[in-house]
Design a protein around this ligand. Sequence first.
Ligand SMILES: Nc1ncnc2c1ncn2[C@@H]1O[C@H](COP(=O)(O)OP(=O)(O)OP(=O)(O)O)[C@@H](O)[C@H]1O
Ligand SMILES: [Mg+2]
Length: 174
Amino acid sequence: MTEWPLGNVHLLTLDSADATIQFGRIGGEVARPGIVFCLNGELGAGKTTLASGIAQGLGLDAVTQSPTFTLVAEYLNGRIPMYHMDLYRLSEQASLEIDLFDEYLYGDGVCIVEWAQWIQDFLPDDRLELTIHKLDKPDAREIQVISYGKLAMDVFKEWIDRWSSWQWIQQQTN
Ligand SMILES: Nc1ncnc2c1ncn2[C@@H]1O[C@H](COP(=O)(O)OP(=O)(O)OP(=O)(O)O)[C@@H](O)[C@H]1O
Ligand SMILES: [Mg+2]
């Protein structure tokens, strides 16, 4: 597996759930076929909230819940097919029939994987890893984004540029 240099690490702070949704929405708008968003972070960090924003950016209704009975939910009515996985229940036992996920992880849709750490060894080389941490202020979150590979880097560059512009416009209008 090619590990890309750590120069592709980016840290940003999101002050509210709404900010996380908006950030995600821009991510959904710039997403391209084949992009994989790996979401990590403790329980309640905001992974599903971010996934919801990405879904909105793809033109889908918000994803308010993670798939419960199945590990993956398919959303086919947006700009690009979106697959939302929540691997929390896989926990440390991940290994069984993991290739079941290959059609999503290596396909032409947008793949969002909560608790991606459980299948770390099976993830594509090209992917965006987003790790969310709670901060002391109740609704504040820090997100560490690492882009591995060309597609991830291209998508993230557009994402962060548009996010910066959006924040700038907010500051001017408030
Ligand atoms: N800045 C923020 N970003 C995201 N969520 C926030 C933020 N501030 C507060 N919240 C709240 O934190 C909760 C995050 O829940 P969410 O289901 O998105 O977490 P999760 O990481 O998916 O948890 P789980 O591991 O249980 O799946 C929501 O209630 C959300 O409104
Ligand atoms: Mg969740």
